[in-house]
Design a protein around this ligand. Structure first.
Ligand code: SF4
Length: 420
């Protein structure tokens, strides 16, 4: 498996595959062709189908800065290698192509050249499945953070500290936002994090307070993501609120040090890498189970670690968290990473902690392993119709599109009960 640095990346929201990946590709290609007259980027598959809502065009415009840029949307082309295809072209003064790059944005901001194995790259860990990691840790009497320290790069703790700081900053930014509506979308989605945080902080009922604080932190990060703020992929931008929410809540509740939070990031990172290597963390490839499902597993494992449970409970918590997200489709309204994405982060944060508590209460005995549930996840994802894999033509998005057509506008449904 790759380094944790390949999993955790800080960058512009709202989508690791649709903004961070294309932004990185654009920068690499522009730097390779510094004196070209203009550029053309052909977006294919899911990048073309939902790129406008995911701000792929804005990310590319930022990457190519003041260079003339043409973006071509080809949602009629679905490359076999991966649904997020891009062809970048450099053009001379006669509009002749002088360089071309066919690349895929495979999730989490990662890029893979056409023709290469999606899973190719620099592997620093000698194991690819969690069962192998667990066996190795048992044989050598290691914890998962010690395993990471043994095999990942020398500066991995420094890197994880940077990711921790960026995650916590995204929560702070989201809680302190003073604007009312998330900009640049027709959905008129109101920021919720500051109000939920205020209410939860004053709440006397312990269960509602815990649920409310977890939700507020997850909403804060996800709303930053939807506003093109800086977030950390965990494992993706769409699912970036779950892990920071659980880490901050447990740090505050149990007085955990920053170093312990970094170790929890290492635990969550191994769970995310196993998912990325053997299954998918791309909604375009396997639906939302690959994004929110994996983020919930990562956060559940991190929670189990911070609560002091052993490696078997960590594995079981991650498995439980994924098992109950199986089949979850990716169907964002209008292609915007807003509905259902933002709320999904909040509910997954609550479920992650619940999964950790659940395995503590039930013991770590279980029939299906984390490795097996991931295999189920990717098989289920492959069975899904394209309409449920980040195309915004199925599920909730289909309902929204129908409403738009009927009313020529979208009016959010108001609760008839008001604020009770
Ligand atoms: S529905 Fe899930 S996978 Fe799809 S864009 Fe939203 S968070 Fe990402």
């Amino acid at each position: 498996m790759y380094s944790l640095k390949e999993l955790y990346r800080s960058g512009l929201g709202p989508s690791s595959s649709h903004t961070i990946g294309p932004f990185r590709a654009g920068n690499i290609f522009r730097e390779k062709n510094p004196s070209t007259a203009s550029f053309r980027v052909i977006l294919q598959g899911s990048l073309a189908a939902t790129g406008i809502g995911h701000f792929t065009d804005k990310a590319l415009e930022m990457a190519f800065a003041e260079h003339p840029l043409e973006i071509v949307w080809r949602d009629d082309i679905w490359p076999e290698q991966h649904p997020n295809g891009m062809v970048l072209e450099a053009l001379d003064n006669n509009a002749q192509i002088i360089d071309t790059w066919n690349v895929f944005s495979v999730g989490g901001g990662a890029l893979v050249d056409a023709g290469k194995d999606i899973n190719a790259g620099e592997h620093c860990f000698p194991h690819n499945h969690l069962s192998e990691v667990m066996d190795y840790c048992a044989q050598h009497n290691l914890t998962i953070p010690e395993y990471v320290e043994k095999f990942d790069s020398e500066d991995i703790w420094e890197y994880l500290e940077g990711m921790r700081v960026a995650m916590m900053q995204s929560i702070t930014n989201g809680l302190e936002i003073t604007e009312k509506i998330i900009p640049n979308t027709p959905l008129k989605y109101a920021y919720k994090a500051p109000e939920v945080y205020k209410k939860a902080s004053l709440e006397l009922n312990a269960a509602i307070r815990e649920n409310g604080l977890l939700s507020a932190y997850a909403l804060a990060v996800s709303e930053q993501n939807a506003s093109m703020g800086i977030v950390v992929t965990a494992p993706t931008c769409g699912s970036c609120g779950v892990l920071p929410a659980v880490l901050r809540y447990l740090q505050e509740t149990y007085n955990k040090t920053d170093k312990e939070i970094c170790k929890a990031l290492a635990v969550a990172g191994i769970l995310g890498l196993v998912a990325k290597h053997n299954a998918s963390i791309s909604g375009a490839e396997a639906g939302c189970q690959a994004e929110i499902g994996v983020s919930c597993s990562m956060a559940a494992g991190a929670a189990a670690y911070l609560l002091g449970y052993d490696i078997y409970h960590i594995e079981n918590a991650a498995e439980v968290a994924m098992e109950h997200h199986l089949g979850m489709t990716c169907d964002p309204l209008g292609g915007y990473v807003l509905i259902p994405c933002i709320e999904r982060n909040a509910t997954a944060a609550v479920r992650a902690l619940q999964s950790a508590y659940y395995v503590y209460l039930t013991g770590a005995e279980h029939l299906i392993t984390y490795d097996e549930v991931l295999q189920t996840m990717i098989e289920t994802g492959k069975d899904m119709k394209d309409s449920y894999r980040e195309t915004s033509i199925g599920g909730l998005a289909k309902y929204y599109n129908r409403k738009l057509k009927e009313n020529n506008a979208f009016t959010p449904i108001q609760s008839s009960k008001g604020n009770c």
